[in-house]
Design a protein around this ligand. Structure first.
Ligand code: SF4
Ligand code: SF4
Length: 424
């Protein structure tokens, strides 16, 4: 039995006009449009956010942590995604952005690039010690993990069992801050600042941890105006340029928000990077078929161009990407992590999953196997009776899905306007 999983993407019913753009965009066929309103089937949704990108009527929304909710914590710590460095133009330094986050109310702000570099070093150790299976698949994008659990269950064992940088950073801070500050752990809120709502999925329904080390994820879009305001009002920026120079950032870690950035730091292993949900599914189909075994690590992110293409960023993704590439070039190959420290943490299992990723069962056509076979046969017959135009007018994304819905008792042949017309 599948336990109820958290979803970050929802439809605001009163805004929906039933135009079916979202249904056509959904890669897992998780949307139906009935009576002029779209509905998401939770068991099929992987929270990729494609419907959010394509809805022209602002009827799809994502659930992230509100900035006001952070008042519940006495001490607020931000761990922003590196994507934030690409949001404020090429004249704004990362150090100024971190400083602006402090000014809008965070007590501490930690740059993630050094932890990204740490993750690269740990990945290298893991790949050295585990020559099989190939390829391992990175777990950084929570949508990819959810996609594998539901569509490619046989690949669950190929997910690289090292926590992504946001969780490692939060775990380190959870270990050191309560003692250093002498504050009760529950009063310290550790918050990710994110370009995508899927991070809420990995916080509220973690696939690899008993409990996430993060307390929430605030969207870049939500805090953008305050950060921009704080940047404009800043009197300290010149001072900050000297106090917190760019040299503190990891050159290898800075590029993690771009497709290929996660694996760029690997020196001894062959890696392939793929981005975008449909290309990711195409490549996972190949891995499932036993291909790509000469690749050590497959980096998959469902947003186009990597996290920099997340639906909750503000800057046009091409400009954001260009700014981050500038920062990567400026930082060069500079390393800020001692591999010996990483090795110690790695061998203590500090960086590992609590448990492996488990498949999430899809609903069979019927609990009774004989009945399921009969229904599968009936589904094929129904598909033969449908016009195969995949027009979406019935409220299902294509004729094959309508046939499936009919045998599951969730739709009728009369939903197809072509069948009805023929009857008349
Ligand atoms: S894209 Fe989907 S959610 Fe948005 S209005 Fe059209 S049917 Fe409704
Ligand atoms: S979030 Fe993705 S999988 Fe879920 S309904 Fe929207 S498009 Fe489909």
């Amino acid at each position: 039995m599948n336990e109820k999983q958290f979803h970050s993407i929802h439809i605001t019913r009163h805004k929906c006009i039933g135009c079916v753009h979202c249904m056509a965009a959904c890669p897992t066929k998780a949307i139906r449009v009935k009576d002029g309103k779209a509905r998401i089937i939770d068991d099929l949704c992987i929270d990729c956010g494609e419907c959010l990108r394509y809805c022209p009527y602002d009827a799809v929304h994502s659930h992230t942590t509100s900035f006001a909710a952070l008042d519940a914590f006495a001490y607020k710590v931000a761990i922003p995604s590196n994507v934030i460095y690409g949001q404020f133009g090429s004249a704004t330094l990362p150090s100024e952005i971190l400083s602006a986050l402090r000014r809008i109310g965070f007590d501490e702000v930690y740059d993630l690039s050094s932890i990204c570099e740490l993750n690269n070093a740990a990945t290298e150790e893991y790949l050295n010690e585990h020559p099989r299976p190939r390829p391992f698949i990175t777990p950084t994008c929570p949508v990819v993990v959810r996609l594998i659990q539901r569509r490619y269950p046989a690949l669950c064992g190929q997910i690289l069992p090292i926590e992504p940088p946001r969780e490692i950073a939060a775990k380190i801070l959870r270990t050191i801050l309560p003692k250093a500050l002498n504050i009760a752990p529950e009063k310290i809120g550790i918050i990710h600042i994110t370009p995508c709502s899927a991070k809420m999925v990995s916080i509220n329904s973690p696939a690899t941890l008993q409990k996430s080390f993060l307390d929430g994820a605030v969207s870049i879009r939500d805090i953008y105006p305050q950060v921009l305001n704080a940047l404009r009002k800043s009197h300290e920026d010149e001072l900050m340029r000297h106090l917190f120079p760019e040299t503190q950032f990891s050159g290898i870690g800075m590029g993690w928000s771009l497709s290929g950035g996660e694996t760029r730091g690997l020196k001894k292993h062959r890696a392939v990077a793929v981005s975008g949900v449909r290309d990711t599914m195409r490549v996972l189909d190949q891995v499932e078929a036993g291909l790509l075994q000469d690749v050590d690590l497959l980096e998959c992110t469902v947003c186009p161009d990597g996290c920099v293409g997340g639906p909750l960023e503000v800057e046009n993704r091409f400009l954001a990407k260009s700014r981050i590439l500038q920062l990567v070039a400026a930082a060069g190959e500079r390393s800020v992590v001692d591999p010996k420290d990483v090795s110690r943490l790695y061998h203590k299992n500090f960086l590992s999953f609590d448990h492996p990723v488990m498949p999430v069962e899809s609903h069979p056509l019927d609990a009774n196997p004989a009945q399921a076979i009969r229904k599968a046969k009936r589904r094929e017959e129904l598909f033969g009776e449908l016009p195969r135009k995949d027009c979406g007018a019935c409220g299902a994304p294509d004729c094959r899905t309508l046939a499936d819905d009919i045998v599951r008792g969730q739709a009728g042949l009369a939903d197809c306007p072509f069948v009805e017309k023929e009857k008349r």
